[in-house]
Design a protein around this ligand. Structure first.
Ligand code: PMP
Length: 408
């Protein structure tokens, strides 16, 4: 008897037709070799995790019979109330008066993006994004079958005919933006562009997702008001706002706790809670309780340690780029976050350069192409400076510069 193998591809839902493994993620899996100097992983420096505080949190909770019974039990989908209250107070201190009912905890902000996609995107709907934008947001949204629209580069400097932009597309788009120290560029929107984005959102009746993943990691320049704060200032209250703010403790405490949140009008939070119930019921109760302990003890001191550390690495990267890079290469000047975006001389393709970088110089980065939703640009790469030391940064940027000079 022959055993027939199942043709799974025919059985998957229609929406899976556009969900693909990212070829660059596959390539980056090869980078575990110890002699490769990597600027690829956009992950926090593990030396900065508040491990002792986290351990003290778990110990204190598990040693107390009442707390441990609560911590190891199922809990409400909205999230642990003291943590929602803390987040609401922090949002209020940054120009967004709101209460715990305006907050839902999520399994990292990545889950917030997925649930917001599920809530707002029907097949064929328009999703407007920056060029380039966060790859993980594209992965989350693509499963809901939108049509992407790249925001034109000059659109927020007065060069945008909003109606022409939408010609032939489903109206009332969903907009997704990372206004602070973005992944992958490290760039931030100045105040005037934030206001212009809100004007555009008003003209197009666009719902806005504000991804604030790196907002707390500012090490230079002025902090700008969040899109949500500007929106609330215009509309009078969070209940009238069109912006949904996604925050996370992944970059400030630890990504493994999987603690993120959405802040928005109650009408939206109520629907998200239903989706969260159907998805995974709630975020780990004990992790929420440990997270709450971590943010209520010396959090500001911890944040300033992070900002100093990432600021020093960013400066080392900018110094090394200025020292080593050949003419024709330009780069962003981040004031926070973990990334620098390099634009290569015209004919150079980031993907080909990565293959050569690994083979010839044992150095790695992420090519720019997968960060584009609609029209890709090949001649850009992302460097993350979060993991290497200052000496490694200088060495690695030097190697990369030699490679670009050879092939440029
Ligand atoms: N948004 C952006 C812009 C990110 O870079 C990341 C992490 N790479 C996330 C969201 C998701 O992070 P988390 O789910 O850990 O909060």
């Amino acid at each position: 008897m022959t055993i027939q193998s199942t043709d799974w591809a025919q059985r998957f839902s229609d929406r899976m037709s556009r969900v693909r493994a990212n070829e660059i993620r596959e390539l980056l899996k090869l980078l575990d070799q110890p002699d490769i100097l990597s600027f690829a992983g956009g992950i926090p420096d593990p030396g900065l995790f508040p491990a002792e505080r986290i351990q003290a949190g778990y110990d204190a909770i598990l040693a107390d019979p009442d707390l441990s019974r609560q911590a190891l039990q199922y809990s409400v989908s909205e999230g642990y109330l003291p943590l929602r209250e803390w987040i609401a107070e922090r949002m209020a201190a940054h120009g967004v008066p709101c209460g715990p009912d305006n907050i839902m905890l999520t399994a990292g902000s990545q889950q917030a993006l997925d649930l917001l996609g599920k809530l707002f995107i029907s097949p064929g709907d328009t999703v407007m994004v920056a060029r380039p934008t966060y790859l993980g947001a594209l992965q989350a949204f693509t499963a809901y079958e939108p049509r992407y629209l790249d925001l034109p580069e000059d659109a927020l400097d007065g060069g945008c005919d909003a109606q022409a932009l939408m010609a032939g597309r489903a109206p009332r788009p969903l907009g997704y933006f990372v206004p602070d120290y973005a992944n992958p560029t490290g760039e931030s929107l100045p105040l005037a562009q934030r206001e212009a984005l809100l004007d555009l959102a008003q003209q197009l009746d666009m719902t806005l997702i504000e991804d604030a993943a790196y907002r707390e990691l500012r090490f230079a320049g002025e902090i700008q008001p969040s899109l949500l704060a500007l929106d609330v200032a215009r509309s009078g209250s969070i209940e009238q706002a069109r912006t949904l703010f996604c925050g996370t403790f992944s970059k400030t405490i630890s990504p493994a706790l999987r603690l993120g949140w959405v802040c928005g009008p109650k009408a939206v939070i109520e629907k998200l809670v239903l989706l969260k119930q159907g998805s995974d019921l709630h975020v780990s109760t004990i992790n929420q309780m440990v997270g709450w302990r971590a943010v209520t003890e010396d959090y500001e001191q911890h944040l300033s340690r992070l900002r100093n550390a990432y600021g020093a690495k960013a400066q080392a990267t900018l110094d090394a780029l200025a020292r080593h890079m050949p003419q024709g290469v330009t780069w962003s000047k981040p004031e926070g976050g973990m990334f620098v975006w390099l634009r290569l001389p015209g004919g150079l393709d980031g993907k080909h350069l990565l293959e050569r970088a690994i083979a010839e110089e044992r150095v790695a980065f992420v090519p720019g192409e997968p960060f584009f939703a609609e029209v890709p640009a090949a001649n850009a790469i992302r460097l993350s400076y979060s993991l290497p030391t200052a000496a490694e940064i200088d060495d690695g940027v030097g190697r990369l510069a030699r490679l670009i000079a050879r092939h440029g």
